[in-house]
Design a protein around this ligand. Structure first.
Ligand code: B12
Length: 211
C-alpha cells in the first residue's frame, strides 16, 4: 500500500496517529502538498461523508475522521503556504451568539478546510460584530453560521442584519446550518444557502462563490 493509500485509509478509519505518520511518510517520499490534499484528503472525507449519508457512519465516526484529517492538515498546511497554493475561497465560520454547541460547526469547518477553503474559525458564542470584523479583516467571500438551539436561531438573522447594517451584505455570501435550522427558515431570513450536514457543506460553499 502506498503512503497516500495508507493516509486515505487512516482518514476513513479515523486513526489520527496513522494519518499523521502516513502524511509525514508521503512528504518524505516526495508527494506534493496538493497531491495530499486534493488527491487524497478531500476524496477520503468525501467517502466519510458518503458513509455518513447512507448511515453506515455515525457522528462519532465523523468526528474521528475529522480529527485524522486535521492531524494531516497540521503537517501539510505550512507546506501548502510555502508552495503558494491559493485557497479556493475564504470562509469565516462560527456558532452564533448565545450558543455553545460547536461539534457540528467543527465538522463543517474541517470539511471546508479539507475542501480547499481557508477557514477562519471564530469558535462558539460569536457576536455579530465579531463575524463582521473577521470577514472584513480576512476579506472572506463566505460566512458560515451554525445554531443548535431554537432560542439562539434568531442570532442568525441578527447576524445577517448586522452585515446589512454595516453595508457588507453584498460582499459576502452567508450559509447557515444546524439541527433546528431548515431550508424554509434559511430562505425566510434571507440567507444565501442552507446546508443540512457537513458532508454537503463543501459543494454548497463552492456553489455560493461560483467555484
Ligand atoms: C452535545 C450537546 C451539548 C453539549 C455541546 C458540546 C459542544 N462542544 O458542542 C453541551 C453539554 C455543552 C450542551 C449544552 C446545552 N444544550 Co445541548 N445538545 C448536545 C447534543 C446531545 C448533540 C449536539 C451535537 O453535537 N450533534 C452532532 C453534530 C455533528 O450535529 P449538528 O450540530 O446538528 O451539526 C450537523 C448539522 O446540523 C450541520 N451543521 C451544523 N452547523 C452548521 C453550519 C453550517 C453553515 C452548515 C452548512 C451545516 C451545519 O452539519 C453538522 C454535521 O453534519 C444535542 C442533542 C442532539 N442529539 O442533537 C443537544 C441539544 C442541541 N442541546 C439542547 C439544550 C437544550 C442544551 C442546553 C440549553 C441544556 C441546558 N439546559 O443547559 C445547553 C445550552 C448551552 C448553550 N448556551 O449553548 C437541546 C436543544 C433544544 C432546542 N430545541 O433548542 C438539544 C437538541 C437536546 C434536547 N433534545 O433537548 N449540549
Amino acid at each position: 500500500m502506498s503512503d497516500l493509500e495508507k493516509l486515505r485509509a487512516a482518514v476513513i478509519e479515523g486513526d489520527w496517529k496513522a494519518a499523521a505518520a502516513a502524511t509525514r511518510a508521503a512528504i518524505a517520499a516526495g508527494a506534493a502538498p496538493l497531491e495530499i490534499t486534493s488527491g487524497c484528503l478531500i476524496p477520503a472525507m468525501n467517502e466519510v461523508g458518503r458513509r455518513f449519508e447512507c448511515e453506515e457512519y455515525f457522528v462519532p465516526d465523523m468526528l474521528l475522521s475529522a480529527r485524522a484529517m486535521k492531524a494531516a492538515m497540521e503537517i501539510v498546511r505550512p507546506l501548502l503556504a510555502k508552495a503558494g497554493a491559493q485557497p479556493i475561497g475564504r470562509v469565516v465560520i462560527g456558532t452564533v451568539k448565545g450558543d455553545l454547541h460547536d461539534i457540528g460547526k467543527n465538522l463543517v469547518a474541517s470539511m471546508l478546510e479539507g475542501g480547499g477553503f481557508e477557514v477562519i474559525d471564530l469558535g462558539a458564542d460569536v457576536a455579530p460584530e465579531r463575524f463582521i470584523m473577521a470577514a472584513q479583516e480576512s476579506n472572506a467571500e463566505l460566512v458560515a453560521l451554525s445554531a443548535l438551539l431554537t432560542v439562539t436561531m434568531p442570532s442568525i438573522p441578527a447576524t445577517i442584519d448586522a452585515f446589512r447594517a454595516a453595508g457588507l451584505r453584498d460582499k459576502v455570501k452567508i450559509m447557515v446550518g444546524g439541527a433546528p435550522v431548515t431550508r424554509e427558515y434559511a430562505d425566510a431570513i434571507g440567507a444565501d444557502g442552507y446546508g443540512e450536514g457537513a458532508a454537503n457543506a463543501v459543494a454548497l460553499a463552492r456553489r455560493l462563490i461560483g467555484a
